[in-house]
Design a binder for this molecule. Structure first.
Ligand SMILES: [Fe+2]
Ligand SMILES: [Fe+2]
Length: 242
């Protein structure tokens, strides 16, 4: 039985997928077909999707790890933060590693470093958001002096001799010359892919570091009126039609 506090209770909800997920793919444009299905008793989904875990009324950062981010993103971020922690890095570096790919978790993959930096900017130090933004560009460029090589996984993902676009080349140069370079570079050093199942890491391991370095808004992420609140709300209600 569906909880009564879901909106649209008793109605058939149609999910109108966001165009960014299907434009250019082999999936047909779903828009006309979906609109044709609208009839009495059928609506376009708004609000809580009963198929997704319920978020608390005032969501906190770890709620997104537990209830929204995809399995691979969660495992990757926890692993990255854990490796930075074990290596004895500052809390700001551990946090940056823990958050560096959150845009991929439930929002958007393209330009994920830039989206991820925006998502966290109101809540973390400027340096942490900066490091997250630039890790995307720095990933493409080796720095032998600190032991960072071009990732073999990128050869597999993007093909041999893939050349990043000019804005990535430019931002890598900007990052290289910046005083916070190593903060972003460290993200790339701990950006380790473990697609096979590894021992799970308990997100609560990071509770204290988050508490000291991430200003959780009292109203909850998505509801604090910040310039990025809508981005967090989009992850709470990813299937809203509008
Ligand atoms: Fe990344
Ligand atoms: Fe990553």
């Amino acid at each position: 039985m569906e909880p009564q506090d879901h909106p649209q209770v008793g109605l058939e909800r149609l999910i109108f997928p966001s165009p960014i997920a299907w434009v250019g793919t082999d999936q047909a444009d779903p828009e006309y077909a979906l609109l044709a299905k609208l009839k009495p008793g059928t609506v376009l989904m708004m609000g809580n999707n009963p198929a997704l875990p319920r978020m608390p009324a005032r969501p906190r950062l770890l709620d997104f790890f537990k209830h929204r981010f995809t399995d691979i993103t969660v495992a990757h971020l926890l692993r990255s933060g854990h490796e930075a922690l074990k290596a004895g890095h500052d809390e700001k570096i551990v946090l940056a590693c823990l958050l560096h790919d959150i845009a991929n978790g439930c929002l958007v993959r393209c330009d994920h470093g830039y989206w991820g930096a925006q998502l966290i900017a109101p809540y973390v130090s400027e340096e942490v958001a900066w490091a997250v933004k630039y890790h995307q560009a720095l990933r493409y460029y080796a720095d032998e002096l600190v032991g960072y090589q071009y990732p073999q996984s990128y050869v597999r993902f993007f093909g041999e001799n893939y050349e990043p676009p000019e804005y990535i080349r430019r931002d890598a140069r900007v990052a290289r010359a910046h005083r916070w370079y190593m903060s972003s570079r460290l993200i790339t050093l701990f950006d380790i892919y473990f697609f096979e199942k590894a021992d799970p890491i308990d997100p609560e391991l990071f509770t204290d570091i988050i508490g000291r370095n991430f200003r959780e808004p009292e109203e909850g992420l998505g509801f604090d009126g910040s310039p990025v609140a809508h981005m967090w709300r989009t992850m709470i209600w990813p299937n809203n039609s509008l």
